[in-house]
Design a protein around this ligand. Sequence first.
Ligand code: CTP
Ligand code: CA
Length: 226
Amino acid sequence: ERFFQEKRLLEGKHVLVTAGATVERIDPVRYLTNDSSGKMGYAIAEEARRMGASVTLVTGKASIAAPTGVTVVKVESALEMMEAVLSRLPEQDVIIKAAAVADYRPAEQAEHKIKKNEDEMTMRMVKNPDIAQAVGERKKPSQLLVGFAAETQHLETFAQEKLKKKRCDLLVANDVTMEGAGFGTDTNVVRIYDSGGLVEALPLMSKGQVAARLLTLVADRLGKGR
Ligand code: CTP
Ligand code: CA
């Protein structure tokens, strides 16, 4: 039933989804990363394709296989992800930033494996660019940007701040301390916001169901004279 109703809601649309965790190299055998299974972003990519979209999935490290029928662009670092997203931005109708992007990267990458010569070591980190914000600054009014926020406290306040700062049209916030909403799970509990406030508070659902609900909201908002 749902299949026939929603299948073509994104027909002819180009949707770019980022997913998974970026990997920030320290040396050839070590890296820093974030908790992210990639499941939420992959579910969105799969559902968007099912709804008729041409889907580009820009993915960092993930623990599951990418869905079929989508264009997969594999990246490692936040800098690579940013380049992959911005270079494909002009042709997109929707950009969904589900990736867990590392906020900082090591200031230097050692060419060779670092040896344990010292008793203590300090690593200098530098901030990565904010990819969602870069998209928000560059996007055309017709392009729709969806951001994510993973929080452990002050969900609504932090979600609204991120939505404004990154100029997102929709922001999906999840309280990662909630049962069934943590990293690596097959379920999620999210609240979806726009600049006017709360749009929807969804109950515990599979990530596929969250994806379907989110993309239905996206389809509603596309081409509404924005
Ligand atoms: N994001 C991004 N580029 C970054 C960091 C985050 O595009 N360098 C995106 C994420 O993909 C997500 C949104 O911004 O869609 C929010 O990520 P989050 O980590 O919750 O927020 P930050 O802005 O990084 O703030 P903080 O980690 O301090 O809460
Ligand atoms: Ca962050």
